[in-house]
Design a protein around this ligand. Structure first.
Ligand SMILES: Cc1cc2nc3c(=O)[nH]c(=O)nc-3n(C[C@H](O)[C@H](O)[C@H](O)COP(=O)(O)OP(=O)(O)OC[C@H]3O[C@@H](n4cnc5c(N)ncnc54)[C@H](O)[C@@H]3O)c2cc1C
Length: 655
């Protein structure tokens, strides 16, 4: 492998440490430490932050020494299924044992259950570091504390938690979480079926309530990462399809791998423990070779309902939002490793009298890689912060309700504000991280020429490992659909606000005095004018010529005889393009804001230059994307929509 050497993946990354320094620790730590009520906890945010940085520094060294150094082994060893159990690759097992000993698998779990009570954001930084070393380790280790954390959240959300002095002291999953923290147990997030991946409304796995009051799940799930774990969070159909079609009929369940003679969850080593479900197979994959992707067969498997019956999709969304942000960090780690390998090679390799890093085209590519990674990291930190704060604020308000109605309203407002920001950014980061890490891995290979194509150098491993990142946890297209839906809905619900924001953006492209603000406004304006084009076109397709009608009247017209399959066609066609524009605008906004926040410090010049480099690269690209949206798609939509009509007519004629 030709990876440049580093002794510490945390300390060698100034940009990562800059982003950590920008986090609002006072807010996050106060929530994490339940307003510093825990006697064994930190006394103030500074103490907590110093601890987090120590943890990351120690693990940054471990990752460089014990994971990156063994990436070839991790790539060449595969999990196997023997006698119904998965035998993990030896190197993966060794690394996870070492991580367990260092407390890295229980970082976010509460102290009282054997964890370190560290924010999810810190764990996500570790995801970036680990992915930089090897993506298969990153894919699996999140299913330790991630699943324990989710079970605790579900317990608090549904109210099955004992509270003392405003601090949770017991939940229904304490035994499971303690086992995850203390022993080497982990879980899995189980959604996908042979006929249901992006379209979860097609889920067929059935959950039945037995006369004795217990739930049983039956069905097959596929591609389950870490599916050989003992603690599954499974989505299954609990309601009749006739009365509760699609997503409405789904519920969420905890399904243990082992149950005792009474059907209660237990440990594998307990007397009378028997398997509650079977592992049907382990996939051979293109990349991330050491990670397990398993087929799981549930057959009358004992299950415990999580949250409310019929609300399974909403419950799963909570887990998915966090998982998508985590995959965003995987994407950054992948970009970072590709960039560092490409840069090191380009600085060494000489052609036509100078290192290729100094040839214009290669210099351009290396600059592009650096700017993208830093922009991506900036918005991913934002999304992670807002998601965690909104979730913790919401849970805290359940555990320790506000004393007055006014305070309650204030907290609810804060939850909504953080949630809105997280919801806006999450599909953008999952989309962009997935797409960019593949592009960066490909650029790395190209910069390395023939050497990049040779297995031994490790560049092609980065690409193989990267290619699944735009697929799992919701494909890039599904992220684009979410971004489109939320943005369209907001604009249609409140057209006056949309138009006023559009006008402001336009005005600021002309009036802003500073170059940075002007550039940021341009990117924002491009995203909003693309939205306007999409809305106008959707409305025109539906309502005829809308140019003369005020936008405020569209809302009611839109809602009349609405056919989402047909009426949104133009928006659906351009969802990815719009997502790019929204992402680039969000990156510009974040980088410019961060630069302004450090005005007057030693960081300012460099951060302002970074923001400008991003704008210079992406503003012209955004113009091109807007032009594509304005000019293309009409004839394709005609053909796509004509086909089902033709097919329906042919079927009718055949009858
Ligand atoms: C290595 C690996 C690990 C995984 N781990 C897990 C796991 O731990 N748990 C789990 O539950 N699942 C897991 N998955 C499954 C993964 O989440 C799904 O593969 C993914 O969601 C896509 O579903 P699908 O494969 O059924 O593709 P499909 O849904 O069939 O999609 C095929 C293609 O069509 C596109 N598409 C679908 N619908 C639309 C639309 N409306 N508009 C435009 N394009 C569309 C998709 O973007 C995609 O490009 C894993 C998969 C892999 C490969």
């Amino acid at each position: 492998m030709t990876r440049p050497t580093s002794t510490n993946f945390f300390l060698d990354n100034d940009d990562l440490r800059f982003q950590l320094s920008r986090v609002d620790w006072a807010t996050l730590v106060s929530l994490q430490e339940a307003a510093f009520a825990d006697e064994d906890g930190f006394k103030d945010p500074a103490e907590a932050r110093a601890f987090y940085e120590d943890v990351l520094s120690n693990l940054g060294e471990f990752v460089a020494r014990e994971i990156a150094a063994h990436e070839h082994e991790l790539d060449t060893q595969h999990p196997e299924l023997k006698d119904g159990e998965v035998v993990p690759p030896p190197r993966m097992k060794k690394i996870l044992d070492q991580m367990q000993a260092l407390g890295a698998l229980s970082l976010t779990l509460p102290r009282r259950l054997g964890g370190s009570n560290v924010p999810i954001l810190v764990q996500n930084v570790l995801v970036e570091l680990v992915t930089r070393a090897d993506a298969s380790v990153a894919a699996e280790f999140g299913f330790y504390s991630g699943i324990g954390q989710a079970l605790l959240f579900y317990s608090m959300e549904e109210g099955s938690v004992e509270i003392k002095d405003g601090v949770p002291v017991k939940t229904r999953f304490d035994d499971v979480v303690r086992r995850i923290a203390e022993h080497q147990e982990w879980g899995a997030m189980v959604l996908t079926e042979p006929g249901a991946g992006s379209d979860l409304g097609q889920i067929k796995a059935k959950a039945v309530l037995s006369p004795d009051g217990s739930w049983r799940v039956t069905g097959q799930k596929i591609f389950i990462t870490a599916g050989h774990g003992d603690h599954h969070i499974v989505i299954a159909r609990s309601e009749e399809e006739g009365t509760h079609p699609g997503l409405k009929g789904l519920s969420l369940f905890y399904v243990p791998r082992f149950v005792d003679a009474q059907g209660q969850r237990c440990k594998k080593s307990d007397p009378g423990a028997k398997r509650n479900f079977d592992i049907g197979g382990v996939e051979h994959k293109m990349g991330q070779h050491s990670a397990v992707a398993a087929t799981i067969n549930y057959e009358d498997s004992r299950a415990e309902l999580l949250g409310q019956r019929g609300h399974g999709f909403l419950g799963m969304l909570m887990l998915m939002n966090n998982a998508r942000i985590s995959v965003g960090f995987e994407g950054i780690g992948t970009c970072e490793t590709a960039y560092r390998m490409a840069r090191a090679y380009a600085e060494e390799r000489v052609t036509m009298g100078k290192p290729i890093a100094r040839h214009e085209m290669i210099a351009d590519e290396l600059d592009e890689m650096e700017v993208v990674i830093r922009g991506l990291r900036a918005i991913t930190f934002e999304a992670a912060f807002h998601e965690e704060v909104s979730a913790r604020l919401k849970l805290m308000s359940k555990v320790k309700p506000e004393a007055t109605e006014e305070a309650k309203k204030e907290t609810e407002k804060k939850v909504r504000r953080h949630k809105r920001k997280a919801r806006a950014l999450t599909p953008l980061i999952k989309y962009w991280a997935g797409e960019e890490c593949v592009r960066m891995a490909r650029m790395c290979m190209q910069i390395m020429g023939g050497v990049g194509y040779i297995t031994e150098t490790g560049a092609e491993k980065i690409l193989r490992d990267a290619l699944v990142i735009p697929v799992y946890e919701g494909t890039s297209q599904i992220q684009a659909l979410m971004a489109l839906k939320d943005n369209l809905q907001a604009a249609i619900r409140n057209p006056t606000r949309f138009l006023s924001e559009l006008a402001t953006a336009r005005l600021e492209t002309l009036s802003a005095r500073a170059e940075l603000e002007k550039g940021e406004a341009r990117l924002r304006h491009h995203a909003m004018s693309a939205m306007q084009t999409i809305i106008t076109r959707i409305a025109a397709d539906k309502l005829g010529d809308v140019r003369g009608r005020p936008l405020a009247e569209w809302k009611s017209a839109f809602m009349k005889d609405w056919d989402p399959q047909k009426d949104f066609s133009f928006g659906l066609l351009h969802a990815e393009r719009l997502t790019k524009l929204l992402t680039w605008s969000a990156v510009a906004e974040t980088l410019v804001r961060q630069a302004n926040e450090v005005k007057g410090t030693a960081d300012y010049e460099e951060r302002a230059a970074l923001a400008l480099r991003f704008i210079e690269r992406f503003e012209p690209r955004a113009r091109g994307v807007v032009a594509e949206i304005e000019a293309t798609g009409g004839s394709l939509i005609g053909r796509v929509l004509a086909r089902p009509r033709r097919e329906r007519a042919a079927a009718k004629a055949a009858e």
